[in-house]
Ligand binder design. Structure first.
Ligand SMILES: C[S@@+](CC[C@H](N)C(=O)[O-])C[C@H]1O[C@@H](n2cnc3c(N)ncnc32)[C@H](O)[C@@H]1O
Length: 352
C-alpha cells in the first residue's frame, strides 16, 4: 500500500471517497478526510497514480501526490518539515516546492514559506529549478500541521488554482474565466486555433472575452447585458445584436436573447463552430438540451464545454441526466469538478 494526499473540494469529499472506493475496490485501504484533502492508502504505484487521476476517471479528485510525511509546522518554525524534505529529496535531481496553505485565502503566506524552504534546501546543497524540476515537493498546511508529498519527473501546473488566479491579477470580466483555464488543463483542451465559438449563458462575458482574446470570433448568447466596458478594457471588440445574420465578425458578438429564442437563428445561419460553451444557470437537463439542439452547428470533432449546475443535493442524478441527454450527439464525455466550480461540475465532450 502507498499513502497518497488527494486534493478535493471539502464540500464534495464524501463523493470523492466513494469514487476512490468504487474505482480501486480492494486496492483502497483507509481514507481520512482533512479539510480539502483525503489521505488514502491505495495499492497503486506512484508512477501509475498520476495517470489514474489525470485520466478523467474521477470527477471529484483534482490531484494525487505520494505522501512522504507529516509533522507539526508552527508559523516560523519549519525545522521538522525541512528534515522530512532533506531525507526524501534526491540530491541528484533538481527540485521545486509548492506550498498550499489550506487556511489562507490569498496564498501570499504560502509564497514566503516556499521561498524560506527553498533557500534553506539550497543552503544544504540541493538545487532548485522552478521551470523543469526533476522532483516536485508539496507542503500542504492545515493549521499548525503539515502534510508533505513528493513526486518525480514531471511538472504539474499547480495544486493551488486559487493562488494562481490571484497571482494573475484577479478576474478580467468574471471569475468564470478561471474555469476555462482549468478546463484546458484538466481536459487537455487547446483553445488556440478555435476560429468560431458559441457561448450560451454568456453574461457578464468572462468566457467570451477569454476566447476572443485567443483570436476566436465568439457568438455570445444571453438575455442579460454583458459587461461591455470590462470586455473592451481587455482589448476585445464587442457588438450587440438582436438577431443573428452575420457571417463574419471579430471579437464578441452578443446576441441578446435567451437560448431557446436563439437556437433557430444560429442553425439557420449555416455557420459551423469549433466549440460550443454553455454556462447557463439552469437545470442540467435544460443545458444539455441546448447542447443537443445546437449540435448540428458544431463541427465534427468539435468541442462541447458545459457546466452542470448542481441545483440540489442529487449530485449524481444531475450528472447522469446531462450525460444521458447529450449521448448520441456527443462522445468522449468526461465530467470533473474543477477548482473554481462551486456547486457545479464541468462536462467536456467531443462531437461525433
Ligand atoms: C453563471 S452566468 C455565466 C457566466 C459566464 N460564463 C462568464 O464567463 O461570465 C449564467 C448566465 O446564464 C444566463 N442564462 C440563464 N438562462 C438562460 C437562457 N435560457 N438563455 C440564455 N442565457 C441564460 C444568465 O442570464 C447568466 O448571465
Amino acid at each position: 500500500m502507498h499513502r497518497y494526499i488527494l486534493l478535493v473540494d471539502s464540500r464534495f469529499a464524501g463523493y470523492a471517497k466513494k469514487e476512490l472506493r468504487s474505482f480501486f475496490g480492494e486496492r483502497c485501504g483507509a481514507i481520512d478526510a482533512i479539510d480539502g484533502m483525503l489521505l488514502a492508502e491505495i495499492d497503486v504505484e506512484p508512477d501509475a497514480m498520476g495517470d489514474e487521476i489525470e485520466g478523467n476517471r474521477f470527477i471529484f479528485v483534482y490531484a494525487a501526490v505520494p505522501l512522504i510525511g507529516t509533522c507539526a509546522a508552527k508559523p516560523g518554525d519549519y525545522g521538522a518539515l525541512l528534515s522530512i524534505l532533506e531525507e526524501n529529496l534526491d540530491r541528484k535531481k533538481s527540485f521545486r516546492i509548492e506550498v498550499l496553505n489550506m487556511k489562507a485565502n490569498s496564498g501570499t503566506n504560502a509564497k514566503s514559506i516556499e521561498v524560506k524552504l527553498g533557500t534553506s534546501l539550497e543552503e544544504r546543497g540541493f538545487v532548485a529549478d522552478l521551470s523543469s524540476p526533476g522532483m516536485g515537493a508539496y507542503v500542504i498546511l492545515t493549521g499548525n500541521h503539515a502534510f508533505l508529498g513528493l513526486e518525480s519527473g514531471k511538472r504539474r501546473s499547480t495544486l493551488d488554482w486559487f493562488r494562481l488566479s490571484v497571482n494573475k491579477g484577479g478576474k478580467g470580466v468574471s471569475r468564470a474565466e478561471f474555469k476555462l483555464e482549468e478546463a484546458a488543463y484538466f481536459f487537455g483542451i487547446d483553445f488556440r486555433g478555435m476560429k468560431r465559438c458559441i457561448d450560451i449563458g454568456a453574461a457578464p462575458g468572462g468566457w467570451s472575452a477569454a476566447l476572443a482574446k485567443t483570436g476566436s470570433s465568439v457568438l455570445a448568447v444571453d438575455q442579460s447585458d454583458l459587461d461591455y466596458d470590462a470586455i473592451r478594457k481587455l482589448g476585445v471588440g464587442v457588438d450587440v445584436v438582436d438577431s443573428f445574420d452575420m457571417k463574419d465578425w471579430k471579437g464578441v458578438l452578443h446576441l441578446k436573447k435567451s437560448a431557446a429564442k436563439a437556437v433557430g437563428e444560429i442553425i439557420g445561419s449555416g455557420i459551423i463552430f469549433d466549440m460550443l460553451m454553455i454556462d447557463m444557470n439552469v437545470e442540467p437537463r435544460e443545458a444539455a438540451e441546448a447542447a443537443v439542439a445546437l449540435a448540428p452547428v458544431v463541427r465534427d470533432d468539435g468541442t462541447l464545454l458545459m457546466t452542470i449546475k448542481l441545483v440540489d443535493h442529487r449530485v449524481h442524478t444531475h450528472i447522469d441526466t446531462a450525460m444521458d441527454r447529450i449521448r448520441g450527439a456527443y462522445s468522449h464525455a468526461a465530467v470533473r469538478k474543477l477548482p473554481h466550480n462551486r456547486r457545479e461540475v464541468t462536462l467536456y465532450a467531443k462531437k461525433g
